[in-house]
Design a protein around this ligand. Structure first.
Ligand SMILES: *Cc1c(COP(=O)(O)O)cnc(C)c1O
Length: 357
């Protein structure tokens, strides 16, 4: 039997969001990014939903890719961080996974593999973010070597540091640094994450790599998902499991951190930081119930949290409260807890039951 605390994933919303992305990048193929368990939505399920709509799936690691293949996903898969050992490299290639090569060690592993002809290798070029990648000069040398000596197909990939701030001059700097790679007509390239898909059309290229937009959250702090024609894919709900009348002056929760300033009605919900709801969500963090916003009061516990429903009529035990989703955007909740929607979604724990409809 279910505890009743659910992440309900809207299949139509996932498809709608992918179509919205297509409209912005009609000439690009789409790597649907399903790393980190599909941003908390369930990587395998998301990949199943999008299998005929996306051109492939991007994950961070070999283990994530393996999970998809073992679940029967047979679309192209890209490892965004590449492999971490020679054995893994061998296994990934034998499984037809496409991989990023971003450092010399990974390149060495590749050289130990016998037949690389027609294998596509994504060379990661560091255009200024300085997190992963080869300098443009090294990238050019390696590309030539891989193609000439190993018969590989080479494609180029880079990543924006500031695409969520389209007017930031660093975007043009990165575009310029990548130009030597984008003008090679015989090699594919990929630059754009969600933010760039919506704001930097000159970056679209052969493949785009949307993550957060697929899930219906906004990559921008100043533009809502709705403004981007994206629909929230996940609605996170928890049932009310207790309701208490708290007299003025009484405290609620650990640390007696919240004090009733009036006679209050407090509902306890079956969700806490053990489910991935942020413990640092302070008094006033919004939840949504029956068309009203109800603020979190008192500290978030491991399995429960408390909300103030004093002015909301008709709430009973068993009623569902939305923590984020269709009525309360994850981006809005995220601003209340000083983070971004990405983090709230990806931190949802395995204890949360995912349902798809
Ligand atoms: C996670 C990731 C993406 C997707 O980013 P979003 O902002 O979620 O669209 C794209 N490319 C790389 C290399 C990534 O690591």
């Amino acid at each position: 039997m279910s505890r009743g605390t659910l992440a309900t994933v809207d299949i139509k919303a996932l498809k709608h969001n992918l179509n919205t992305i297509r409209q912005h990048a009609p000439n690009s193929k789409i790597w649907a990014v399903v790393k980190a368990n599909g941003y908390g939505h369930g990587a395998v399920s998301v990949a199943q939903v999008l299998t005929s709509l996306a051109d492939g799936f991007a994950v961070s690691t070999f283990v994530e890719a393996l999970e998809l293949q073992q679940a029967g996903i047979d679309r192209p898969i890209l490892l965004l961080e590449g492999c971490v050992t020679l054995d893994q490299t061998r296994e990934a290639i034998s499984r037809n996974m496409e991989m990023v090569i971003h450092n010399e060690i990974q390149l060495d592993w590749l050289k130990h593999i016998d037949n690389l002809s027609s294998q596509k290798i994504w060379l990661k070029i560091d255009t200024g973010m300085h997190r992963l990648g080869l300098s443009p000069e090294t990238g050019r040398l390696w590309a030539a070597k891989l193609m000439r000596e190993h018969g590989c197909k080479v494609a180029y990939i880079t990543h924006f540091a500031c695409a969520d701030t389209p007017e930031h001059p660093f975007n043009q700097h990165q575009l310029d640094s990548f130009t030597p790679f984008t003008i090679q007509t015989d090699c594919e390239f990929s630059m754009a994450n969600s933010a760039a898909i919506f704001s930097l059309p000159q970056s679209l290229g052969d493949w785009v790599r949307p993550g957060i937009a697929l899930y219906g959250a906004s990559p921008f702090s100043d533009k809502s998902a709705q403004q981007l024609n994206l629909i929230p894919a996940m609605t996170l709900t928890a049932p009310v499991i207790a309701i208490h009348q708290i007299p003025k002056g009484q405290h609620v929760g650990y640390g007696a951190n919240w004090c009733a300033e009036r006679n209050s009605t407090i509902a306890t919900l079956a969700i806490g930081y053990g489910d991935g709801y942020p413990r640092h969500a302070g008094n006033g963090t919004p939840t949504w119930i029956n068309g009203h916003i109800a603020p979190v009061v008192g500290r978030v516990s491991m399995d429960m949290l408390t909300i103030d429903i004093t002015n909301i009529a008709g709430i009973d035990i068993g009623d569902d409260v939305e923590l984020w989703g269709k009525n309360l955007s994850v981006d809005h909740v995220a601003t209340h807890v000083s983070t971004i929607g990405y983090e709230l979604l990806t931190r949802l724990s395995a204890r949360i039951e995912r349902v798809y409809n």
